[in-house]
Design a binder for this molecule. Structure first.
Ligand SMILES: [Zn+2]
Length: 75
């Protein structure tokens, strides 16, 4: 098991450096950008956990919540 793998309970700051967050909706809309940019663009608290951020997100195409999030290291 990879203990360094991103988890939903990780705070944003823990994945701020070198990680990308991809948010995708069932309707097909997806946004992928560096974690640091998500924080900046949305003025998020860096102590916030990823699952908390996920709960706040609303799709700009269809308005649905409960998007799928994926955090991965930038290669
Ligand atoms: Zn959508």
């Amino acid at each position: 098991m990879d203990y360094a793998a991103p988890r939903p309970v990780d705070p944003l700051w823990y994945r701020e450096d070198g990680y990308w967050l991809r948010v995708s909706c069932e309707c097909g809309h997806a946004v992928s950008k560096p974690v640091a940019l998500w924080i900046k663009a949305r003025r998020l608290r860096r102590e916030m956990a990823f699952y908390e951020l996920q709960a706040r997100l609303r799709c700009i195409w269809c308005g649905r919540r409960a998007a799928t999030i994926d955090v991965s290291r930038r290669i």
